[in-house]
Ligand binder design. Sequence first.
Ligand SMILES: [Zn+2]
Length: 196
Amino acid sequence: MDLISPPPSNTSYSSPTPTTPISAATAANAANTSSSPSSSSTPSRYENQKRRDWNTFCQYLRNHRPPLSLSMCSGAHVLEFLRYLDQFGKTKVHNQTCPFFGLPNPPAPCPCPLRQAWGSLDALIGRLRAAYEEHGGRPEANPFGARAVRIYLREVRDFQAKARGVSYEKKRKRPKQKVTVTPPPPPPPSDSGANE
Ligand SMILES: [Zn+2]
């Protein structure tokens, strides 16, 4: 009789630990900001992100087949890199054939692919473009500033705006919410009642 069952594996009980977004470093910074006025030594979040992006791109070049050096890198390779990143995207971009094409809040799941959001790509290219020149690249040879990259980003923006039913134009500066004074109700028509 084999009644000995294996002990329940307790290791994988799920504690609902929320994954903390981003800001471990920020919190650590906030902890010891006493009276130091010179914060120029701590790299900003932008700088950190830029360094990470640059490392990612350099790693991409190292793994590239055939091998690719930075000096050989063109706008076409940057586009290749951006398409490669799409597989890690988290933004649902509907195909034109999807019934939810153009709906900001689709009522049901659909098999359309997840992509990198245009805003993420746009910001990424800005950081990489700066990083390229900081690493000694000549501005006129900067592949991240290539015309093909600009055109690609514009196409991605236009298509995602249509596919997701959002507008990227208006987001930038939102007009201040004006407190609209509701007009007083119109006076009652004078020819009602009063004369019997
Ligand atoms: Zn869809």
